[in-house]
Design a protein around this ligand. Structure first.
Ligand SMILES: [Zn+2]
Length: 278
């Protein structure tokens, strides 16, 4: 059995509101709190995605190192960079990321920072990803709490750059929700595009939670069947916004071949992010 991996969590002191909008009000938004939940959901590793709210890349990378150490290697940091920064600061951020040994990927937030993934300003990020063999995660779909601009976050916007950088592996986050069909087509067409299933569920106290959950399970399955590429789907939660056990259950309960289910629950992410090789 491959390890079980949550490919999409957030834990940062620079985004405390995220802890306050967690899926339950008594959630412990700390390393021990996340590790306890990983234990309950039998998750071995989680990818801790850094956010653009940190004051500087160095500080975000410091925090990532601390998460890695404090979790005994179970929380693997994903670095982030904002290509709309003025060029000297952008360059500094890229240099810091280039030298950081612990990160297992890079994340871009086009919808929140107002740039298209195909913008030529972003090319140095893809070139860095290529040099270091790091997958690039791209937030696609809904932007939380009414922030950002959705025109930058359409899955379709990833098509051009996925073609221009065929040697770079991309992860289209959140299945591009609500544009799941569009995301599935991008995954189908581009063999270097993966997708994650994070952040698709409402709060569990919603009267419609059970109905949305069964519909979400079908939407994920539909995307897998559309692409015929279960090897490029990754289970994710978007913790603290969604529980790890509800997120893994979406895959555990889906009508999939057992080996594909195990792959989506962790085997695919293990290969993509080269976890457990060190
Ligand atoms: Zn997220």
């Amino acid at each position: 059995m491959p390890p079980r991996i949550d490919a999409h969590v957030h834990l940062s002191r620079w985004w405390p509101e995220l802890g306050r909008t967690a899926y339950r009000s008594d959630l412990e938004y700390t390393v021990p709190g996340l590790l306890a939940e990983m234990g309950q959901a039998r998750i071995d590793y989680a990818l801790a995605i850094q956010i653009v709210e940190a004051p500087a890349t160095d500080e975000a990378l410091d925090e990532g190192r601390r998460l890695l150490a404090e979790s005994g290697g179970r929380l693997r940091p994903i670095g982030t960079v904002d290509p709309t920064l003025e060029p000297p600061r952008f360059q500094q951020a890229l240099e810091a990321l280039e030298k950081e040994p612990g990160i297992v990927g890079l994340k871009l937030f086009p919808g929140y920072r107002s740039f298209y993934p195909s913008d030529r300003r972003v090319d140095p990020v893809y070139e860095l990803a290529h040099r270091r063999n790091l997958p690039v995660l791209v937030h696609q779909g809904d932007t939380l709490l009414g922030r950002g601009l959705l025109k930058f976050a359409r899955p379709l916007e990833l098509d051009e750059v996925a073609g221009r950088f065929r040697d770079v592996r991309f992860v289209l986050c959140h299945l591009g929700n609500p544009w799941i069909d569009e995301a599935a087509e991008i995954v189908y067409k581009n063999p270097n595009v993966f997708t994650d299933t994070s952040g698709l569920l409402p709060r569990p106290d919603s009267a419609y939670f059970d109905r949305v959950r069964s519909r979400t399970r079908e939407r994920i399955l539909d995307a897998i069947l559309t692409t015929s590429a279960p090897e490029r789907f990754l289970m994710g939660s978007d913790w603290p916004l969604q529980s790890l056990s509800a997120s893994s259950a979406l895959i555990e309960e889906a009508d999939l071949e057992p080996e594909d289910r195990d792959a989506i629950l962790g085997g695919n992410a293990q290969r993509l992010f080269r976890l457990g090789e060190d």
